[in-house]
Design a protein around this ligand. Structure first.
Ligand code: PLP
Length: 225
């Protein structure tokens, strides 16, 4: 995606496309702006245009930006793999963690989330294409992991997240559709699990049509990394 000459019009047109796809699909969609590798000033500029939710992959990189943007009302999402030695920082500094894929990660976050704060909103990351190289919970382990998270008062299970394997769009559409079925199934037992996070710069409209309620968009908003 070429860098935009006018960040404000790029921002508005992506919001419009997200909104239109959501209308077609019949639900509201939240946009998380993914700022990894981009400086705090770039995030500040989007915040000034009305962007509220920002995603970061690395706890350390996020922390530097959080300090520089302390005057902004921002909802911070961790969307990268969580190393266990960063669990405390993540639990204290983020509003959402989208990458829980096993009990140990959930336990660490639950332990460190300050009990005086709102519960940490969490998503289970699903390895939807069963890729050997990829993080994420296997499909048949979602239920038990969700049950465990539901017992942790400092966490609030909000749904599922996935990054499908790179593939042509029919395959990707199929992965999104399978995620939507898993999400519908999860909601039967977990009423708070209203969120399905999938779709990035090159496939967010496809993801929304297949049921995404949250999309994570980086390069289309900020330019190439
Ligand atoms: C980087 C990243 C994104 C955004 O990717 P783009 O293709 O730049 O939109 C979304 N989700 C995750 C988990 C990422 O790591």
């Amino acid at each position: 995606m070429p860098p935009s000459v006018d960040p404000a019009s790029t921002f508005r047109s992506i919001h419009e496309r997200v909104g239109l796809a959501g209308e077609r699909a019949g639900h509201r969609v939240n946009l998380v702006a993914v700022g990894k590798t981009h400086p705090a000033d770039a995030l500040r500029a989007l915040h000034a245009l009305g962007q509220h939710a920002f995603g970061e992959n690395y706890v350390q990189e996020a922390y530097a930006k959080q300090r520089m943007l302390a005057d902004c009302d921002i909802e911070w999402h961790l969307i990268g793999a969580l190393q266990s030695n960063k669990a405390r920082d993540a639990a204290e500094r983020f509003d959402w963690v989208q990458t829980i894929d096993r009990e140990r990660v959930a336990e660490a976050l639950a332990r460190w989330r300050p009990s005086g704060r709102e519960p940490l909103d969490v998503l289970i990351q699903v390895n939807i294409d069963a890729e050997a190289s990829k993080a994420g919970c296997p499909v048949d382990a979602i239920g038990p992991l969700a049950e465990r998270i539901a017992t942790m008062p400092t966490l609030r299970l909000r749904g599922l997240m996935a990054i499908p394997a790179p593939s042509d769009s029919p395959c990707r559409a199929d992965a999104f559709a399978r995620m939507a079925r898993l999400h519908a199934q999860l909601r039967l037992d977990h009423l708070c699990a209203d969120t399905l996070s999938m779709g990035m710069s090159d496939d967010y409209e496809l993801a929304i049509v297949h049921g995404a309620t949250m999309v994570r968009i980086g390069s289309a908003l900020f330019g190439p990394r």
